[in-house]
Design a protein. Structure first.
Length: 65
């Protein structure tokens, strides 16, 4: 039971870090952007980066070297 709880916590932390790093849309926000359709579009656009953030961070670090 403890192992399952730990796995869930680790998975949630993984998603939280990815969302914090990569879930922001490009460009400037406008007052009409915060509609359900706009938020769904941002979610769909950023989901691949949120899920694969370790690879994206690795690529950014390699590009700096």
């Amino acid at each position: 039971m403890i192992a399952m709880q730990t796995a869930v916590v680790v998975a949630l932390m993984y998603l939280a870090v990815g969302a914090a790093l990569f879930a922001y849309p490009r460009g400037r926000a406008r007052p009409g952007d915060f509609s359900p359709q706009g938020q769904a579009a941002v979610f769909c656009d950023t989901l691949p980066l949120v899920l694969t953030w370790p690879i994206a961070v690795w690529r950014l670090l390699v590009a700096r070297l």
